[in-house]
Design a protein around this ligand. Structure first.
Ligand SMILES: [Fe+2]
Length: 483
């Protein structure tokens, strides 16, 4: 106990608390002291309490003279510093996070370009960003300049430009930063939106690719070096089951360098429809919505490029996880195929889908008879030049076929199975069916097609960039065919 003169000050509890009496601030003279003091109004007794003993405790001081209790509570210096730190740092952290998100959002997938309609170009990507709009700037032939501002939909950005003239374009994607300032995210990237009639172009067909393997990545690199103008995919884009969560590693990352500059136009494989009938693929891509009425859009579609018309089909039956019945294929899709292939003056007509019906692979050597039943007659009567399929993991090229007969060049349809896209390989039958003119089941490969108004050059390119098969179709031979 220490006696002090009365009237100095009352009830010293620097960090407040509660008491049965009035509390006031600590007298300046005591601020530097080593002890805290508690004293009562009418008493002259104080109890010195070493600072080190009271840092986390409630302090109980009892007045001898008055017999009542005064309670006070002290917050330790350490806690006070932490509290101040939080108060100062929290707003700074929030501002910094927002700034970071608005200026440097994380690009998750893409950008990817596609052909959603005639004279149109779609640019899409996904990003981890907060309340942030995106921008695409597009410059084209003769210095034309267009911009598109887009709000994200569940993290996906999708810009679409319509009314474009065929030609080469350059685009850059931006994030909308603070004060609506545009911050470049990716680009500039080149893309050839379309070729005009009479202009040559190159496309690549491949399939059965998406398992995230090194072989897939390697093939994608070799494929990209071929500098195609457009790519079609014959299905099984994402293994094992076409789940949305697997698209980033099994499709977007291996193909990043390709899809940012080359329009990528896929069809649905049996692995792709294993999740929600293939809807993750339909949501990931921006495809033409010009398919048959009564069937979910984007499953079947067509697009034009230069002198060619491409028709993509969903060959997955409802009984095997697909969304289309065999009856719908025959009565709804097939008439639509006939109409889109007949009502056009394209010099070359290509159809692609997943399940082949002229194939000799040991995997599904019998072929997809239901697809053949639904479409082969329509294909033959509509002047289709080449049908591209996958599903069997190898390369096969047939002789020209018409009505199940081998015919002369230009007189029938050539069927190419190009399912050696990097996942695995299935052996060809020994011997192969008589209509198989070329096959390879020992290397991964893709199909490269150089198109001019009068000639198709079809090359199968292996994983080392070497041609393992070459086949040419001339338009003169085609024109001599009575259709
Ligand atoms: Fe398949």
């Amino acid at each position: 106990m220490v006696a002090v003169p009365s009237g100095i000050g009352i009830c010293v509890t620097p960090f407040s608390g509660r008491s049965g009496r009035s509390l006031r601030s600590e007298p300046p003279s005591l601020k530097a002291a080593s002890f805290w003091y508690a004293r009562f109004d009418s008493g002259s007794m104080i109890r010195p309490i070493p600072r080190g003993n009271v840092s986390q405790q409630r302090i109980l001081c009892q007045s001898v003279a008055q017999g009542y209790t005064l309670m006070s509570k002290k917050i330790s210096k350490t806690r006070r510093r932490i509290a101040i730190g939080i108060l100062v740092l929290a707003p700074l952290t929030a501002v910094g996070y927002t700034w970071n998100q608005r200026t440097q959002p994380t690009l998750l997938t893409g950008p990817m370009v596609q052909l959603p309609a005639a004279n149109a170009l779609a640019v899409s990507w996904t990003a981890r960003a907060v309340f942030t709009a995106g921008w695409v700037e597009l410059t084209g032939p003769a210095g034309s300049h267009r911009e598109c501002r887009i709000e994200p939909d569940n993290g996906k950005y999708e810009a679409r430009f319509d009314g474009l003239t065929p030609g080469a374009y350059t685009y850059t994607i931006f994030n909308e930063g603070l004060f609506w300032r545009k911050v470049a995210m990716s680009g500039p990237h080149q893309v050839r939106q379309a070729a005009t009639r009479g202009e040559g172009f190159r496309f690549i067909a491949f399939g059965d690719s998406g398992n995230g393997s090194n072989t897939q990545a390697n093939l994608a690199t070799v494929l990209t070096r071929q500098e195609p103008d457009v790519v079609i995919h014959v299905g099984d884009l994402v293994y094992p089951a076409g789940a949305a969560k697997d698209y980033r590693l099994n499709f977007f990352e291996p193909n990043a360098a390709l899809i940012r500059s080359v329009p990528f136009m896929p069809s649905l494989g049996n692995h792709d429809v294993a999740s929600d009938q293939g809807r993750p693929m339909l949501e990931a891509f921006t495809l033409p919505e010009n398919g048959p009425k009564g069937i979910e859009p984007e499953r079947n579609y067509y697009f034009d490029y230069g002198d060619a018309r491409f028709v993509a089909l969903d060959s997955n039956r409802e009984t095997e996880g697909g969304a289309i019945t065999h009856d719908q294929m025959k009565t709804v899709v097939a008439p639509w195929v006939r109409s889109v292939l007949s009502d056009c003056d394209a010099r070359w007509k290509f159809v692609y889908f997943h399940h082949p019906f002229y194939t000799g692979s040991s995997h599904a050597a019998e072929g997809a008879a239901y697809v053949k039943e639904a479409y082969v007659k329509v294909f033959e009567e509509s002047g289709v030049d080449v049908v591209f399929c996958g599903h069997n993991h190898l390369f096969e090229r047939t002789a020209p076929i018409k009505a199940d007969q081998i015919v002369s060049d230009g007189q029938g349809i050539v069927y190419v199975t190009t399912g050696a896209g990097g996942v695995s390989r299935y052996p060809e039958q020994d011997p192969p069916p008589p209509y198989i003119r070329a096959f390879n089941d020992t290397v991964f490969s893709f199909t490269r097609v150089d198109v001019t108004a009068d000639r198709l050059e079809i090359r199968q390119i292996n994983e080392f960039g070497e041609a393992i098969d070459t086949y040419t179709i001339s338009h003169q031979a085609k024109r001599s065919e009575p259709r």
